[in-house]
Design a protein around this ligand. Structure first.
Ligand code: AHG
Ligand code: MN
Ligand code: MN
Length: 298
């Protein structure tokens, strides 16, 4: 099922086309690269390889004017006047390998993509599409755009190309929540979030895998709530707005759920810098409302 927007479809074609190659390269790239990224986090060889492949594929798409990555300090000019309303009006932000610390332990990880029609850093309201590839037992890709949210299986086809087959054409959050996953360490949670977490623990099943894409995919599949909260030691939390929080918030909200930075939708968080962090809470609407009330009561 193609996106109504040809550039969006071309971007996700490009992302899907790199998936089998990135997956095949992971076993040999579990080591530290010896470098740090703009967020001051150590970078694995897998992060760099995925960033290289995706950077090449995405900047080659007609209609993409600029490209931003977790692994690059600044935006890469892809030759277009972003936000100009012309057909090269799109800026793409990616987390090439989300949850790469799971590489050593062979747990799920993936790639996060946001397609904005404004120069970056941009508001989540400027997203025209968002998605993620999930390297689990199966390689899947979730794509959200104006047409809705769908899940695809991405696999090599008979003649070495890549096949995208839609397995869920209308992905929506189940009404009854089942799972939760909260990042950070309990002693580092502020008291108001800790009280909220206690109430959730009494109701839902803990499913925390240490990779946002895997943990959010569980919430989309089973219903519930994922959070990487504001911490005592880091009031902005850990996740980055442009290429982690905004895309995931866009997807979950399009799938009938809600997102928050603790006070309101992630999509309304003021963009200040490409690598800025934000607390991230996403999931069933009622659980996010309860969270905002809990943080309100302080
Ligand atoms: P990345 O590998 O792109 O840096 O992202 C890792 C993030 C996110 O995927 C996950 O939710 C979070 O880090 C896990 O953090 P902890 O290891 O602190 O749980
Ligand atoms: Mn990440
Ligand atoms: Mn990453």
């Amino acid at each position: 099922m193609a996106s109504p927007n040809s550039t969006v479809d071309a971007v996700f074609d490009a992302v899907a086309a790199t998936a089998p190659e990135i997956r095949a390269a992971l076993p040999g790239r579990r080591v530290e690269s010896g470098t740090e990224n703009a967020s001051g986090e150590s970078v694995l060889a897998g992060d760099l390889y995925a960033d290289e492949l995706l950077g090449e594929a995405i900047t080659a798409v007609d209609g993409v004017g600029s490209f931003v990555s977790e692994e690059r300090e600044t935006a890469v000019d892809a030759g277009g006047a972003v936000g100009s309303g012309h057909d090269d009006a799109y800026a793409v932000a990616i987390d090439p390998l989300d949850g790469s610390s799971n590489l050593r332990s062979n747990n799920a990880m993936g790639t996060v993509v946001g397609v904005y029609d404004a120069p970056l850093p941009a508001s989540g309201r400027d997203l025209v599409a968002a998605g993620y590839v999930l390297y689990g037992p199966i390689t899947t890709m979730v794509v959200a755009d104006e047409a809705g949210v769908r899940e695809e299986v991405v696999a090599r086809d008979a003649d070495g190309g890549v096949d995208r087959s839609v397995v869920e054409a209308d992905l929506s959050l189940p009404g009854t929540p089942t799972v939760y996953g909260f990042g950070g360490r309990v002693p580092d949670w502020p008291a108001d979030f800790r009280a909220y977490a206690r109430s959730i623990e009494d109701e839902l099943k803990l499913r925390y895998g240490g990779a946002m894409v895997g943990d959010v995919n569980q919430v989309l599949t089973y219903g519930g709530v994922f959070a990487y909260p504001a911490l005592r030691s880091a009031s902005a939390g850990k996740l980055r707005l442009q290429f982690e929080a905004n895309p995931v918030a866009y997807i979950v909200e399009r799938a009938g759920g809600a997102s928050s930075d603790g006070t309101g939708s992630i999509l309304d968080v003021e963009p200040e810098a490409v690598h800025q962090r934000t607390p991230l809470y996403v999931g069933n609407e009622a659980l996010i409302e309860r969270l905002e009330d809990a943080l309100d009561d302080g």
